[in-house]
Design a protein around this ligand. Sequence first.
Ligand code: 5GP
Ligand code: MN
Length: 352
Amino acid sequence: MPTEILNILKNTDIEIIASLKNILAGAKLNVAIVPHENPDGDAIGSALGLGEILADFGHNVNIVSPNDYPGFLKWFGSEVNVIKYSASKKEGKAAINNADVLICVDFNDASRAGILEKKILKFDKIKILIDHHPYPTDFCDFTISETTYSSTAELIFDIVNQIGLQNNITKNSAEALYTGILTDTGSFSHNTSRPNTFKVVSELMKFGIDTKKIQSGVYDNFSVNRMKLLGYCLNEKMQVFPEYRAAVITISKEELEEFDFNPGDTEGFVNYPLSIKGIVFSVLFIEKKELVKASFRSKGNFPTNKFASENFNGGGHLNASGGESKLTLQETLDMFTQLLPEFKHLLLETEI
Ligand code: 5GP
Ligand code: MN
């Protein structure tokens, strides 16, 4: 078993796995699971997948999400209680205060949990981090950070097996974990160079998961307004800079209102410009109440996370990262275009 651990969980000491086994496969506990703010498919899929497995084992599990998650992630057949902290603070506080164990999934720093940051930092019982983002900070007692993994969901499957809870995987939890892998790989189009990703998927298939249902639940579940907003963005708001192999889309608050925006509606927009021949760097700026939210995507080895951390107070993966700007939307766009010459060399030499 130890060599097996070293083969897949390369960054994780055997002692950590042994400790997690003692904690999570032992006495019945109150467990709170927290995904990152504005949770995506991997954050919600990981939280629900792990939550279902721990509940099946007998733990009392609550998922406390910092805020609501997109409608296209609401078809899960989960029985685990999901509390949206921004709307149900009292219930969320109680779930965290009563927890013996707090498990953070799919983020690398407490600040990524937004409104829950302070509660996570103050939590003084057992804190566990399970994540695949680079550069995790030291805010948990047990940190599992495996950056080669496609998704936190794939990582959770391996951890669950290592700690002996494989018999507690159900169809619902397998579907949730599959959703995390599906969405973080863009339907298996990126981060899929490791055989383990497909090995885990094939294991999940054995639980009778309905991949067709999941595919249409995630990707064919949008509103008319979302499709129109996408069309508008591509037609009217996308600027392409072929000389830098880059493209950018900006969306203002007014435009979001015009298209009756719902959380999650802009999910995936940033990927579209990467389908243009030669484009290796795509950026989406969305004007929010007090800041401009930035999303960065790239192909090849252009490090969007470096670009995000150096210029937009953000971070993430090499090919998918995010950040923010306190400037106006126009000023943010100007700043971005002024930055491009600095990165021209890197952008032009990116191999795809
Ligand atoms: P998205 O563009 O979908 O919001 O985020 C893409 C990736 O970048 C995610 O893996 C997410 O964890 C990371 N990310 C997004 N926004 C931020 C941010 O403000 N700070 C940091 N450190 N990472 C971010
Ligand atoms: Mn993820």
